[in-house]
Structures are given as structure tokens and as C-alpha cells.
Design a protein around this ligand. Sequence first.
Ligand code: FE2
Ligand code: FE2
Length: 403
Amino acid sequence: MFRERFLGRLSPKVRSQLDAWQEAAEVLGEVHDPRVLASLGPSGVRGLLLHRGKQGVPTGVKAHHTAHFDWQYPHDQPEMAELYRRAKAGQWDADDLPWQTSVDPLNPELLLLPADFVDLDMAFDMGIRLDETEWRRFGASIAGWMLSQFLHGEQGALFAAAQVTEAVPSFDGKLYGATQVMDEARHVEVFLRYLETKLGGLYQVNDNLFVIIDALMADSRWDMKFLGMQIMVEGLALGAFGVLYKVTAEPLLRALLAQVIQDEARHVHYGVVALRDHFTRELGEAERREREDWALEVSLLMRNRFMAYEVYEEWFEHKMSRAQWRRFILASPGMEMFRTVMFSRLVPNLREIGLLSDRIRPRYEQVGLLRYLNGASADRLTGKDMLDELDAERARELTPGAP
Ligand SMILES: [Fe+2]
Ligand SMILES: [Fe+2]
């Protein structure tokens, strides 16, 4: 009661800040494993409390990995060598996308996100009154926020790919890694170009995404970089790109995502091939467990904490509290769809690399993620398969009553 009265006297900005600190303390408090906390904690302080990604200045992150040279140049992983061949053949030029397309995020025929992405009845019940054009602008803000986070994730992926190319022991893996560096540069290029020339600018990096990228950059262990970037961040991003590709009505964005998805499918495949044997055969049990716990904590962080507060601050800071916003955004049908698809892609990959042992499964079960256990892992799905599947789903959803 006292707390409510106290909070009620503060300005929305200060109230928001207090809530953000409390949430940061909760995030770090939820991490059970002390080794996981040691790995995420310092980045948590930099991201969640100091907002290092939002200070408008470049961020320096000290890297600690060892570059692994091999003067024998072994042909050591045939599956990787095959991926390298496919990656070379799959290179494309961002300039070839139809950039002449004019993009109007307010055109009801070509919305970036469907109108039912958020629950409008719920918004009404919460006292939010926006007219149709404002809701369209809000939808464009959410899409811009998402694409901005994709862009920031791509910058992380670019640097992580460069680091793992140095650090991975397999020589075939290094050659493949070099193609991924180029792929990620192209992804940074296309998302940035889309945001700058079609949507008028970008949003700052989300603090939780910053924490994960910062932790991976600084971690000295090559396999943690792979796990974090190739399996977790890329795996979730691949799911998110797929959903957006399926639901967006904007043709340039669809063309862009179709290209990016084919590259990303290879990247996650790379992560699975690099880690499968390492985790299941080479790593000791204690170290494998640490990675298993880390993967769960990061899954939870990414599932529960991506609340688009940057959009909240722009639109609703004076109209509702952060707690109300959390309820609203968590309940939105669009966000639910993103969460479902992202985790249905991720969980089978965790299984495949040996990070879903009987010890950890009950915790995945508790948070509702174990239902994705038997899906296909990334080494069995090409980008082309994914696009075919997404196109078929889209056609079914656009034609109600079709089988
Ligand atoms: Fe990428
Ligand atoms: Fe990638």
C-alpha cells in the first residue's frame, strides 16, 4: 500500500526507471547456477544497469579467446566441408534486392505486421484509445523495433563469426566460418539499409540482447561462443525471421528475409555440427552441465524478457505502467506466435547437441518448452525447406477453408 502511494507520487519516467532496476535484479536473481551467474553477471550489470548499449557511443568489449592455428591444414570435418561448398555457391549481392520498392508502413494493404498482432480489445479495456492510423503507426514501430534488434543481433553475429573462425579447432570449420563472416556483413547491410531508407531510422539495442552479446564476446571458450551465437541467438533469430517472412505483406521485406533465412539456416547447421561431437564426446560431464544450465537460463531470458520497452517508452510511458505493458505485450497474439516458432526451432537443436539430458528436462517441462523436443534439428532442414514450409502455411492462412 505504502509502495503504491510512494510510486504514485513519482513521475512516469522515474517510476519506469525504478521498475527497470527491479526487473534487472529479478533477472540476475533468477539465475541459479553460480557459474552461469559468473558468466552473465558482469554483462548483466553493463547492459541492464548501466545501459552501455544506449549511451550513443561505441562500446569496447575485451575479448579473451585463443586463436587456434593449425599448420597441417587437416581435412577434418566432411560435413563442414560440404557446408563450405554450399555457402560459397549461396553467396548473393544485397544490391540485387528490389530496393526500388516504395514502402509505406501505413498502407493497410501492405502492412509490415498484421493488424491483429496485438489484442485491440485488451488495449481498449486498459483504457488505450488510438484511432486506426495510430494503430498502424504503432504496428510500424513494433516492426521497426524488431528489425532493429535483428540488426543489432547481426552485428553481434558478425563479430562472433569472426571470433569463432579464429578460435574453432577444426580447419574445415575455419573455412566455413569465413563465409559466415561475409554472410553476416551482408545481413547488417540489408537490415540497416531497410531501416534507414524505408522506415526512417532504428531503435537502440535492447538491454537483454546487449547482455547476451556482451557475454559472448568476452567469453574465452570457443564452444560457448558457438552455443550462444550459433545455436541460441541465430536459432531464435531464424525462427523470428520465418514468422515475419510468413506474416508480412510488404514485398521488399519478404524478399530480403527469404535471402537471409537461407544463410541463417546454414549458420545454425554449422553450430549443430561444431558442437554435437564436442558436447557429447569430448567435454567432461561437469562442463557439459554448465553449458546445459547456461542454455536454459539464456532461453528464459530471451523468452521472458524481450518486452519492447523501447516502443513502450515511445508510445505508452505516460499512459500505463511497465507492469501493464508487460501484460499487454505478453498477451499479444503476434508475440505469442513469435515465441512459439522461435522455441520450436531452438529446442530440437539443444537436444541434438546433447544439452537436454534427463536432468534438465523437467525444468523445460515446467516452463512449457519441452513440447518442442521432437522437432527437426537444423542439420536436417535447409533454408529452402523452411521457405517452402512457410509459403505453404501462408497460403493456407490467406485462404481460409483450404486444407
Ligand atoms: Fe545473420
Ligand atoms: Fe547468422
